[in-house]
Design a protein around this ligand. Structure first.
Ligand SMILES: NC(=O)c1ccc[n+]([C@@H]2O[C@H](COP(=O)([O-])OP(=O)(O)OC[C@H]3O[C@@H](n4cnc5c(N)ncnc54)[C@H](O)[C@@H]3O)[C@@H](O)[C@H]2O)c1
Ligand SMILES: O=C(O)C(=O)C[C@@H](O)[C@H](O)[C@H](O)COP(=O)(O)O
Ligand SMILES: [Zn+2]
Length: 363
């Protein structure tokens, strides 16, 4: 039997945190005990949709001699609440979970955001390992140490920077992912293309239909390139004091849409609309050329991502955007492009410019 190739991408340890590796390949769960090390207890957090996977990992770890605390959480954004975090803290407390024990988050970005947040807060911080099972989780959410939950007032408003000890991206997991969720993850891949690695856009544009499935010829390359973009950025700026803000491209509007939809829209779908808006904002501000701005809608639409949102919701969206984490006091700040692969900040745009840019995505 030929050995499967595993790609290892290092995320640098900055700001007092340890470096770690993101592994991309197949049959990676054998790596888990090595990352867990000498812990006595391991809490395996997984969503309802991955009950079978969660159970299999738990059984495997028990066979290796660990005491396993299995914690099943709701699917998707329903897991990113203070109530679910409290449920997880209770499970840890009742099992006697100590500072040398380890949390493993298995699932999409919602689950790993929650698992990381529980790890960041339990006993003021325990080790955790991410096992992302969605495209979006692999290329973005599980990498970089942003962890958190939502509140009624907005997306990811409570959280902590708490990098994982390792990230295992087992491409086989993507085979059970519904196409809607698979495509949602492509939005963050396309984001990486626009902000830093245009080769990503070319790969998708060469065969958009194939990009929609894990069987596509470029799946591993798209995932690895996007992880490299994220790893490069967060390695230099863990706590978002500067360059890391570029990863928020399209997110100012996206998070407002998600809140407006009571977190029923997938994050990637909202980011897609948010990037069309940000591209138009860049164009209207005189910073982005027409061809690159138009390329956004073209590539996003080609894979089946949405480009529009309700026109009548603009006043509510604008209100929500004011509590975006990039805002400073009353100053709204957006990431826009000064050209392909040249992200930059646009501060305090004229409200008329924002409204005009919203016209581009308004349905
Ligand atoms: N921390 C970060 O840096 C960061 C980055 C990007 C996104 N995010 C967050 O990630 C979240 C979105 O993540 P997502 O798109 O992965 O969605 P998700 O976690 O909501 O998962 C989508 C659905 O797929 C199910 N699922 C997961 N893996 C599966 C599999 N292999 N087979 C079948 N079903 C599966 C989940 O249970 C859920 O119902 C958002 O909350 C977003 O804010 C965080
Ligand atoms: O890692 C980052 O930094 C990002 O901004 C990546 C985003 O894709 C991600 O959605 C992140 O969770 C948004 O963070 P927030 O600080 O705007 O809540
Ligand atoms: Zn995102």
């Amino acid at each position: 039997m030929t050995e499967q190739a595993v790609t290892r991408i290092r995320v640098g340890g900055t700001e007092g945190t340890a470096p770690y590796d993101v592994l991309v390949g197949r049959q990676l769960l054998d790596e888990l005990p090595g990352l867990i090390g000498r812990a006595q207890r391991v809490a395996v957090l997984h969503p309802e949709a991955l009950e079978g996977t969660g159970d299999a990992i738990a059984e495997d770890l028990k066979a290796q001699g660990y005491e396993v605390v299995a914690v099943q959480v709701p699917n998707a954004e329903e897991a990113k609440t203070a109530e679910v975090a409290a449920y997880c803290w209770k499970a840890l407390g009742q099992s006697g979970f100590t500072r040398t024990d380890v949390i493993v988050g298995v699932g999409g970005g919602a689950t790993t955001d929650l698992a990381g947040f529980v790890a960041a807060t339990w006993l003021r911080g325990v080790r955790w390992i991410a096992v992302p099972t969605t495209v979006l989780g692999m290329v973005d959410a599980a990498v970089g140490g942003k962890t958190g939950i939502n509140t009624a007032e907005g997306k990811n408003l409570v959280g902590a920077f708490h990098p994982p000890a390792g990230v295992l991206c087992d491409l086989a997991a993507l085979e059970s992912l519904p196409v809607h969720d698979y495509v949602s993850g492509l939005a963050e891949i396309i984001k990486a293309g626009f902000i830093a690695d245009p080769a990503i856009l070319e790969l998708i544009e060469s065969d958009p239909e194939a990009a929609r499935t894990p069987a596509g010829p470029h799946t591993a390359e798209l995932i690895e390139r996007s992880i490299r973009v994220k790893a490069d950025v967060v390695s230099g700026d863990l706590k978002e004091s500067g360059r890391r803000e570029i990863l928020n491209y399209g997110h100012t509007l996206a998070h407002a849409i998600e809140k407006n939809e009571r977190y029923k829209w997938r994050h990637g779908a909202a980011v897609s609309v948010g990037m069309v808006f940000a591209a138009e904002l860049g164009r209207l501000a005189g910073r982005l050329d027409d061809a690159t701005a138009d390329r956004h809608a073209a590539v996003l639409q080609s894979v089946g991502l949405p480009l529009t949102y309700r026109g009548d919701q603009w006043p509510r969206l604008l209100e929500t955007m004011k509590v975006d984490k990039k805002s400073r006091g009353n100053l709204l700040r957006f990431i826009v492009l000064d050209g392909l692969g040249k992200p930059n900040v646009l501060e305090g745009p004229d409200p008329a410019l924002l409204l005009a840019a919203y016209g581009e995505v308004s349905s």
